[in-house]
Design a protein around this ligand. Sequence first.
Ligand SMILES: *Cc1c(COP(=O)(O)O)cnc(C)c1O
Length: 356
Amino acid sequence: MTDFKIEKREQLKEKPKGEALGFGRFFTDYMFSMDYTEDKGWHDASIVPYQNIEMSPASQSIHYGQSVFEGLKAYRTAEGVQLFRPDQNFKRINQSLARLDMPQIDEALALEGLKELVNLEADWVPTEPGQSLYIRPFVFATEPFLGVRPANQYKFLIILSPVGAYYGDGQLQPTKIYVEDEYVRAVRGGVGFAKVAGNYAASLLAQSKAAKLGYDQVLWLDGVEQKYVEEVGSMNIFFVYGNKLVTPALNGSILPGITRQSILELGQSLGYEVEERKISVDEVFDDAKSGKITEIFGSGTAVVVSPVGEIKYKEEVAVINEYQTGDVTNKLYTAYTAIQNGTAEDKFGWTVKVSE
Ligand SMILES: *Cc1c(COP(=O)(O)O)cnc(C)c1O
């Protein structure tokens, strides 16, 4: 293991006890940090106290949005703490960085830093079923300069946040989704495939609109014809046709979810047929109404899978599986979380142990 410099803090924080953890409200004692300058490249990789950072009001990320992030989790198992496919997150952050003309990070070094950080913070990994330690690696431009060009100074941080079980009682809750036909999230040639902060800024208004109408999530259509289904909220989407899982093919504007990819691989191993292709919203409604589509679910790190009970598009409403979580969704959820929690054998080699 690489030995990172660790700057110890004098006093550790009080860990949340009993109160609802929720999502992203509490932060641990330490974070991983490194800096980039043109002359030195990435340097000063170290573990430091979680603290406020000082930066210039002219920092380029604030003005022009050079800011990318990742999200993954650490899980408590009977043997210790493990990560789920962290290599994929660092691979993807480099794809996001490349798209915003930001400098690449050393994926192996970042993974070593993460393992050491999580190992140091192992006591922060919650112990109740469904709880986990959410991990947020991110990179942003810090150079103080108002000219428009790629910055020459950046910061990479990894912060950690203990999070509650998404499904409080362990039962998956079907959601209602609203097909957005006015705003779009991303277009081909743009930054939709990259996990960049700006994509989220662009999505908030539609999310608020859907919420006002009583819907939980937005279903995004393609940015060109507004005809093909792309993703749902910040999740990828799957349509279950009996024994077949169908998800929109990656096209440059869809975020290539690690959960999406893992569900495709896990689904196949469980005997489902899988298909990645274009799927239009009209087809979804026809097939939902005729009963060919038996279940719909979103996929993402935060929830693993999120069943959909209703979709609305213009004046049409389709109810899916009578607002119940379907068998396929449940089966995938159970198999997936068992690998994460270490209660099932990981024959894919997806998990990475950080402590004994
Ligand atoms: C992060 C994200 C996802 C899900 O990706 P996972 O790697 O599965 O967590 C899907 N869509 C968007 C827009 C995202 O930002």
